[in-house]
Write a protein that binds this ligand. Structure first.
Ligand SMILES: [Ca+2]
Ligand SMILES: [Ca+2]
Ligand SMILES: [Ca+2]
Length: 1021
């Protein structure tokens, strides 16, 4: 990527953010040009990791060379932070798996593994949900194209959340001769890969035929119970004393002895120890802060002992850092076993089977060599026993217990399977085995499948593999256990069988969605970026629990409780799988999180106080979820609770003037005081949403109450908080030590209006002031290079590196308030947010810019994020905030909706478009716009064509159905419609229309139901 702006001199950055962005005209043109599919190759392939499993079913990546990596499907908790932005993750895999091809042409045989290392020319195109990889080499007679995906069909949540990945290879014979080929895949049996201990069971592979597919099934089994032992337990140490006794201590982390559990810092909670003292290298470390205590390091080493029982049982807690926060068993100078905590202070029981070392002498080492977060280890109650602790016996309840399947679909007699292989490369040389294989847990067990092909010159053949997994033992702190998919399917074989049986429909409809999305006049880069964050649903940010509940982190393993103030920015799930948002509104926000006074605890059962923005967002989302419903049943069920939540907000505006007073907790993780433009603006938008819903359910009293406050508030927010250029806050003089952006130019200042557009509500903030605020954001906060700004303002995390562009969270253009005043006495980490570029917020502002007609600005902000995530820099599919695959980034779908000017109300059978970004048509003076849309029961394509004096609009349903009563369209500014004709499948439909400004509102005399592949056409003259 070349420079897209400049050249700049030092003078341009005098104010740190240049007023003149000096954008290159070519770059500006590329913002709106359709462009071409994004194809990555060469070094750009290295960091790619496109989520490729079903939604809410784990996290599996498709790498740039078609390798599957990451493999987070085993219910292991892995926390992530902000660090992967500056230091992107490089591919790694806990298990041995791959695909390879062997060809035989004119007596010569060659083999290639299908990965990045083995081909001269690989191209990768990731168009979520489908990834394409093409492999060629001038020395190799065949080209191989891979299409990888998991079934993904908007509105069909169940079929889009299968724990499965399809790898469909097409082999093309590019030579002049007939080619004999074999394409195969191998898979390590990774069941109980983490939990499986030597001597505690076996892994088993067998071949299964089902639904015309050949499957390699991988499973594990506990050993048969042995007769009970009569040897008594030996308590090695329970640490119930002042000092460490004969343990050798190094470093400072372990202090002078075991800590009394009554004296550990309160935030650590119950450590779950045995007796009154435990080893805990956080509680015993010196230092006054969490960071200082975690920074301490040290080791504890036991005396030598003889191994004379089958098990070593103990309690372990603390960090999950392998070899950094761990307990080791050292036998004859070698660490033979090691265990870490699970990033939890509470210790859990652990048993090691040590039968293999019976009679030998060993030592235990307790290690804390980690200085960052979770840099501590907890340890207690070491007992040598012939009985493992309870949890160990139940291999079947381990988080990584379950089944895995490699399947070959449409299988014929030319296919063969191996239940045991010494290596993947043995696929083509070994002797196929039909019989089950078993190996003890301590040994590696591989299996594979392959197909023989014969290809004439120019011919091609398709080979479809699938990988399925079934790991039902998900256990998240405080939450209902289990995986939703395990309620539908009993094993990976049954999952793969379902896939095989329904493969035509599932693959056709997945491709249909992909093709519908890309069948658009919008630029490829824009379609890529605004949809690819939907893949966050297919990462370990998101879960569907055993009871059907949707649950999510903010980012993978970070910040619990489906956080309302983060998730309210995200629009993708609501529009693509609205059922999951409805579940969350009903069961969580307006369910277990709703308090008797109407406050919503924004992390569900994980916190005990509300946030203003999350509260307003929940009300706005209730309206959006209602609009994405086929009828008003959802609203009727939820309305009394939405009303109660609105009353809580109204109570926060004690004097009823439309501005919120007192403490206002928000997504910047602190309480702000005094009227805050973005929080009061969101409050007004929520009131408008509540008013709309009150009207629909016939609650006239509440509707008029909302209307009254809105009437005052809409005026007051401008009079009090618009400073002539943008919206400011008026910090409460009684709380000047609280953090507050004050008169700074803050990214979310007109968020309320942005939300209003997303749900078709019209104006909460007046156009002139809203546009001026957005132009100020562009002027003061958009920088083509964040470097100079971050050099001056160092606090904050890195989501845009020096040399990269972004829209800063808050800058301080006025002289009456600056960063140090804004910071108040707030913590550094919270004030640092002002200096960051956080994608989800940027998308929120960018979408709003498009709605308000600031086309270049809105696209440039979106593109800045897109360019930051170019594969040459980092994984394009992993947008990071305080964690990987950060949920707020699903705000990018809202930018797409803004470009379409989309509005939809399912129960009212209303659909509308006001495209912001028209393309030139083939005919002279023609402008075209085409986009995908989703609705409550169906999805399809909207197309608009403008020629001088006339306009046509077409709605085609590609999947499901669409109820249509009213349709809202836009004419060019200043034009009036004389006549409007509506045709349903070429039959005239009677209708009438009204025009206000450039918007046409069309009413069909009778509601139409448009089925699959049917269309409605509107001709306006
Ligand atoms: Ca103890
Ligand atoms: Ca430490
Ligand atoms: Ca007030």
């Amino acid at each position: 990527m070349g420079a897209f702006a400049g050249p700049f001199t030092r003078k341009d950055f005098e104010h740190l953010v240049p007023v003149d962005k000096k954008l290159h005209p070519d770059w500006v043109r590329s913002l709106t040009a359709r462009g071409e599919r994004t194809v990555y190759r060469g070094a750009d392939l290295e960091k790619i990791g496109m989520p490729i499993g079903g939604i809410c079913a784990g996290q599996l990546y498709l790498g740039g060379g078609g390798e599957l990596w990451h493999w987070d499907i085993f219910n292991q908790h892995s926390g992530t932070g902000s660090e992967h932005y500056a230091k992107p993750v490089t591919p790694s895999s806990p298990l041995d798996q791959g695909f390879a091809i062997r060809v035989r042409v004119e007596g010569r045989t060659t083999e290639r593994v299908l990965d990045r290392a083995h081909w001269r020319e690989i191209t990768f195109t990731g168009e979520y949900p489908i990834g394409h990889v093409s492999y060629q080499d001038r020395d190799f007679p065949v080209r191989v194209d891979l299409e990888a995906f998991s079934p993904f069909i908007p509105l069909n949540t169940e079929d889009s959340s299968l724990p499965v990945t399809v790898m469909e290879f097409t082999v093309h014979n590019q030579s002049e001769s007939e080619v004999e080929a074999e394409l195969g895949g191998w898979l390590q049996n990774a069941v109980c890969l983490q939990s499986g201990q030597a001597g505690e069971g076996t892994r088993q592979n067998r071949l299964v035929r089902r639904s015309n597919a050949l499957m390699l099934e991988c499973s594990a089994e506990a050993p048969r119970p042995r007769p009970p032992s009569k040897r008594p337990d030996i308590v090695f140490d329970d640490f119930e004393r002042d000092g460490y006794g004969d343990w050798t201590v190094t470093g400072t982390a372990f202090g002078s002895g075991p800590v009394e559990t009554s004296k550990v810092p309160q935030y650590q909670g119950d450590l779950g120890g045995h007796g009154t003292r435990v080893v805990n290298s956080h509680a015993s470390a010196p230092g006054a802060t969490v960071e200082a205590r975690d920074a301490a390091t040290g080791t504890l080493t036991s005396r030598r002992f003889q191994i004379e029982r089958d098990y070593i049982n103990f309690l372990i807690g603390g960090g999950a850092h392998q070899s950094k926060t761990c307990v080791n068993l050292v036998v004859e100078g070698t660490t033979v076993l090691s265990a870490t905590g699970r990033d939890e202070n509470r210790m859990h029981p652990m048993s090691w089977n040590v039968r293999r070392w019976a009679g030998k002498s060993g030592r235990l080492e307790v290690v804390d060599q980690q200085t960052g977060p979770w840099g501590n280890i907890g340890f207690d109650n070491v007992v040598f026993s012939d009985h493992p602790l309870g949890s160990m016996v139940a291999l079947a309840s381990e988080p990584d217990f379950g089944t895995l399947v490699l399947a070959l679909l449409s299988s014929g007699p030319g296919d063969s399977g191996y239940t045991s292989l010494s290596a993947g490369s043995q696929l083509f040389s070994g002797k196929p085995s039909r019989h089950p294989s078993a190996k003890p847990l301590e040994d590696k067990l591989l299996g594979g499948l392959k197909r023989k092909l014969k290809l004439k010159p120019g011919a091609s053949a398709k080979v479809t593999f699938a990988l399925a997994w079934h790991m039902p033992n998900l256990k998240l702190n405080k939450l209902p256990s289990g995986r939703h998919y395990a309620q539908r399917f009993g094993s990976a074989v049954i999952v793969a069988g379902y896939l095989a049986q329904n493969f035509d429909r599932l693959s056709t409809e997945t491709r249909l969605w992909h093709d519908t999305w890309y069948d658009s006049t919008l630029p490829y880069w824009f379609l890529d970026r605004t949809f690819l964050n939907t893949s966050i649903l297919a990462t370990s940010t998101c879960y569907r629990l055993g009871n059907g509940r949707f649950y999510a982190w903010e980012g993978v393993g970070c910040c619990e409780g489906t956080c309302g103030h983060v998730w309210q920015y995200a629009h993708a799930m609501a529009r693509v799988f609205p059922e999951l948002e409805r579940i969350t509104r009903e069961q969580i926000d307006f369910g277990l999180a709703l308090q008797p006074d109407g406050a919503i605890h924004f992390r569900g059962e994980f916190n005990d106080f509300p946030a203003i923005d999350a509260q307003a967002g929940a009300i706005l989302r209730a309206l959006r979820e209602h609009q994405m419903s086929p009828d008003d049943a959802f609203l009727k069920r939820i309305w009394p609770r939405v009303k109660l939540a609105t009353e809580w907000l109204l109570a926060k505006d004690a004097n009823g003037d439309g501005l919120i007073e007192s403490n206002q907790h928000n997504t910047l993780d602190t309480d702000w005081f005094g009227p805050v433009a973005w929080l009061s603006g969101l409050y007004l938008a929520a009131l408008e949403a509540a008013r709309t819903m009150a009207r629909e359910v016939g609650d006239a009293t509440f509707e008029s109450r909302c209307r009254e406050v809105l009437g005052v508030g809409k005026k007051k927010i401008v009079a009090e908080l618009f400073d002539g250029e943008y919206f400011i806050n008026k910090p409460d003089p009684k709380h000047l030590d609280a953090i507050n952006s004050g008169t700074g130019c803050e990214i979310d200042q007109v968020f309320g209006q942005s939300w209003a557009f997303q749900v078709g509500m019209g104006r909460v903030l007046p156009q002139r002031e809203a546009v001026s605020a957005l132009k100020s954001l562009w002027r003061y906060n958009f920088t083509p290079d964040v470097g100079p700004y971050r050099k001056a303002y160092k606090a904050g995390r890195w989501y845009a590196m020096p040399g990269e562009a972004g829209l800063l969270m808050c800058t301080f253009p006025r002289t009456d308030w600056d960063y140090s005043e804004a910071k108040g006495k707030g913590p550094d980490w919270a004030a640092g947010y002002f200096n960051e570029c956080m994608n989800g917020f940027e998308y929120q502002a960018a979408g709003h810019m498009l709605w308000e007609g600031l086309l270049t600005e809105g696209l440039a902000v979106t593109r800045a994020v897109h360019d930051r995530y170019h594969a040459s820099r980092r994984n394009p599919w992993n947008e990071i905030e305080c964690g990987d695959h950060y949920a707020r980034s699903m705000a990018s779908y809202g930018v797409f909706l803004a470009a379409c000017g989309f509005e939809y109300d399912g129960p009212a059978a209303h659909l509308g478009f006001d495209p912001r970004l028209l393309a030139k048509g083939h005919a002279p003076e023609t402008e075209v716009f085409r986009c995908a849309f989703t609705s409550a029961q169906g999805w399809g394509t909207f197309e608009q064509r403008r020629q001088p004096g006339r306009q046509t609009a077409t709605v085609v349903v590609r999947w499901g159905k669409l109820r249509l009563r009213t349709l809202s369209l836009a004419l060019p500014e200043g034009q009036r419609a004389d006549s409007v004709l509506v045709l349903a499948d070429d039959n005239l439909v009677s209708s009438h229309f009204t025009q206000a400004g450039n918007r046409i509102r069309l009413v069909l005399d009778q509601e139409a139901e448009i089925g699959t592949n049917r269309k409605v056409e509107v001709r306006i003259v």
